[in-house]
Design a protein around this ligand. Structure first.
Ligand SMILES: NC(=O)c1ccc[n+]([C@@H]2O[C@H](COP(=O)([O-])OP(=O)(O)OC[C@H]3O[C@@H](n4cnc5c(N)ncnc54)[C@H](OP(=O)(O)O)[C@@H]3O)[C@@H](O)[C@H]2O)c1
Length: 234
């Protein structure tokens, strides 16, 4: 939502894709009236895999300039692997939402991409280190996947004017992180997105926000005991 609002403020027409038509209608109306841009919605539940022809159909005739591959879920609460509720279904759902969506929405959008544009693949700093008790989430965000996907595509598209960026935030105060009050190191989504968008075209891989970049630098230059990482991500 914060990405859609910030891009609309910059004058982009917006296509919102998410699972609840009611929420899509509310956000799309608010953006259209506040920013005076065209909006369109496509209802799709990314836990399923038969949604991509609908998305492709919804994008037909548009010219896409920026794709933000943002959809993602995490654990309801940190838990030991075998004690995650409904583990089998949870794994399928998480893989479909966090991984398959990136691979499938990207070609649907590339088919209608402008000559110049950007694809932002939202990963997570939890993909930079193994995070016990969020093991499947951390593995689904593993930097190698998004980063190799983004860098491979960047090489394929480098002469076509398309920037592909992998984005690795630490905590942002959203529904997913269950953090209610924003702080300097856990910014509001609006603050994070405004900062992150300033890195497009400058960094192919980014933490997107200065305090997060400092934390990433610190974690990668010292040998951090895994207990510290567990404490931070909890
Ligand atoms: N927040 C953090 O601390 C943090 C840190 C690092 C990385 N990230 C990554 O940032 C991205 C955005 O996360 P967020 O924190 O903004 O989460 P969020 O507030 O929960 O937003 C996620 C969005 O995805 C939608 N969504 C969830 N499941 C869906 C499904 N099955 N089908 C369609 N749409 C679905 C949600 O719709 P509903 O409103 O209907 O649920 C919501 O619009 C994720 O990829 C996450 O892994 C977040």
């Amino acid at each position: 939502k914060a990405y859609a609002e910030e891009l609309a403020r910059k004058g982009f027409a917006i296509v919102l894709i998410s699972r609840s038509q009611e929420k899509l209608d509310d956000v799309s109306k608010a953006i259209a009236s506040k920013c005076g841009v065209e909006t369109k919605t496509i209802q799709a539940d990314f836990s399923a895999v038969d949604i991509y022809s609908k998305i492709e159909g919804g994008l037909t005739g548009l010219e896409i300039g920026v794709l933000v591959n943002n959809v993602g879920i995490s654990y309801p609460y940190p838990e030991f692997f075998l004690s995650v509720p409904n583990l089998d279904t949870f794994i399928d759902t998480l893989v479909n939402i966090n991984i398959t969506s990136v691979c499938q929405v990207t070609p649907a959008c590339l088919a209608v991409f402008r000559k110049k544009g950007a694809i932002l693949n939202i990963s997570s700093a939890s993909g930079m280190y193994p995070v016990p008790l969020l093991t499947v989430y951390s593995a689904s965000k593993v930097i190698a996947f998004v980063d190799f996907f983004s860098r491979g595509l960047q090489a394929e598209y480098k002469n076509k004017g398309i920037i592909i960026q992998s984005v690795l935030p630490f905590f942002v105060a959203t529904k997913l992180s269950k953090i209610r009050r924003a702080t300097l190191d856990k910014p509001s989504p609006e603050r994070y997105v405004a900062s992150q968008l300033n890195t497009v075209g400058l960094q192919t891989q980014t933490n997107g926000y200065l305090p997060h970049a400092i934390m990433s630098h610190w974690l990668s230059t010292i040998t951090t005991p895994s207990v510290l990482i567990i404490c931070y991500f909890r």
